[in-house]
Design a protein around this ligand. Structure first.
Ligand code: ARG
Length: 459
């Protein structure tokens, strides 16, 4: 049994159940690299300030590097009696170099130490996630580029609304992902603040050079209030919120892939390698991957809500409830990373049925707005034009025709302003290309958006 770092004032051994319940080492071992990085920076600063000697600092930091290599190779057994990764590293250090190792924790508490470790960890994962987001963005842009000519119905209320380019639809997701990037980058600014030096809650009696540690660890600044610093997990919440919004975006494209790959739509075919089958129905090919991404979105929301809830009743400053931040954080990290990776690959494994999509965009009066706009150009007010086209649509429905299938005579019975040129006007591609307004689906605009995105992505 490992001796407790706080054992001095205790007469009895800790109950086995308490060790098990209290320990976080089962999951916070994921922070070992950050814990050691922070400890090395702390010990170098202690030496610079004359609190320990240079020789002691180099013994401590060398031993910490050896421990890190051992942990990298999985050489240690991390059992619950160590409580947490911070205790494990310190105990192992002391085992290696004796009493000198006992100086490392001078001016430090696990409270500011764990806050530091999580900040270093979140910074690391945000950088990784930003790279993965770029991969998904690249997949979207390549898909849009390779399917530039594909026309599809744009929907509102899941009802066919107006024809759009598939590329335009896909680029909408590129915009969402760009915002996700920004949200993580904003989060990073709040992550990059050094809490170390806050000690348990009130600051340290030692003359610690906090600015030096901040610089050493690449932080932009130091925390301004020790009580806030040890009890602040806002940056984890920021991360979880950014992750929730990102997952929501991934879930929306997933939902579309599920619907589009149904036989009812038949817009998209997902390659065999990215689908699964049924144990009973031999004909089935199911879109499990987008379904799973959609499903896992709920987990990440859950992670956000669980930490928000854990934090809401906490008095200042540190409370053990805060140990619960890690499993939520790690779960969100794992989920977001795998979902981004799968989405990037999945998008490279879909093919679109341009005929089905084109056919769908030519049925259901998707050019009705354009007909109204046509009448405005012929001198009607928009409201009047809307009314007239509404009546034409009703007539077409009753006569089982599309707008472009009506005769000129039939159309003229609603207004004499309609002429022969209406047929060209109602052509699907013309309707799309008429929207060459910034942000619109006109092909010139979409081509420009793709070019801009390619430049941004360096592809
Ligand atoms: N394992 C703890 C956590 O994750 C580390 C901080 C412990 N601090 C304390 N005062 N017991 O929050």
């Amino acid at each position: 049994m490992v001796q407790k770092v706080w054992g001095g004032r205790f007469k009895e051994e800790t109950d086995v159940l308490v060790n098990k319940f209290n320990a976080s080492i089962g999951f916070d071992q994921r922070l070992y690299a950050q814990d050691i990085e922070g400890s090395i920076a702390h010990c170098l600063m202690l030496a610079r300030q004359g609190i320990i000697t240079d020789d002691e600092a180099s013994q401590i930091s060398n031993a910490l590097r050896t421990i890190k290599r051992g942990l990298d190779r999985g050489e240690f057994r991390l059992d619950d009696s160590y409580e947490d990764i911070h205790t494990f590293v310190e105990k192992t250090l002391i085992e290696k170099i004796g009493a000198i190792g006992e100086k490392l924790h001078t001016g430090r508490s696990r409270n500011d130490q764990v806050a530091l470790d999580i900040r270093l960890y979140v910074r690391h994962v945000i950088e990784k996630i930003l790279g993965l987001i770029k991969e998904v963005e690249t997949s979207f842009i390549l898909l849009a580029d390779n399917n530039f000519d594909v026309v599809m119905p744009g929907y509102t209320h899941m009802q066919r609304a107006q024809p759009v380019l598939l590329a335009h639809h896909l680029l909408a997701y590129y915009e969402m992902l760009k915002r996700d990037e920004k949200r993580y980058e904003e989060t990073l600014k709040r992550v990059n603040i050094l809490p170390l030096g806050s000690a348990a809650l009130a600051g340290s009696t030692f003359d610690l050079d906090r600015e030096m540690v901040a610089k050493e660890l690449g932080f932009e600044g130091i925390s301004q209030n020790s009580m806030d610093a040890v009890s602040d997990r806002d940056f984890v919440l920021d991360f979880l919120f950014s992750s929730s919004v990102l997952m929501m975006h991934l879930s929306r494209i997933s939902e579309e892939l599920v619907i589009w790959s149904s036989q009812e739509f038949g817009f998209v075919l997902i390659s065999d390698a990215f689908c699964t089958g049924s144990s009973i129905m031999p004909q089935k090919k199911n879109p499990d991957l987008p379904e799973l991404i959609r499903g896992k979105t709920g987990r990440v929301y859950g992670d956000l809500i669980s930490l928000l809830t854990a934090m809401k009743g906490l008095p200042l400053s540190y409370n053990k409830d805060m140990q619960e931040d890690k499993e939520a954080l790690f779960d969100a990290v794992d989920t977001v990373e795998i979902c981004l990776l799968v989405m990037a690959r999945l998008l490279g494994n879909v093919s679109f049925s341009s005929e089905r999509m084109r056919a769908a965009s030519e049925k259901g009066f998707l050019t009705a707005t354009d007909l109204a706009d046509y009448l405005v150009r012929k001198g009607m007010t928009f409201r009047e034009a809307h009314e007239v086209v509404g009546k034409i649509v009703l007539f077409a429905i009753e006569n089982k025709k599309e707008l472009h299938e009506l005769t000129l005579h039939e159309m003229k019975s609603f207004t004499i302003r309609i002429d022969e040129d209406v047929y060209d006007w109602l052509d699907t591609i013309s309707c799309i290309n008429r929207r060459n307004i910034p942000g619109g689906t006109g092909s010139d605009m979409v081509r420009k958006s793709i070019a801009r995105a390619k430049e941004e992505l360096g592809i």
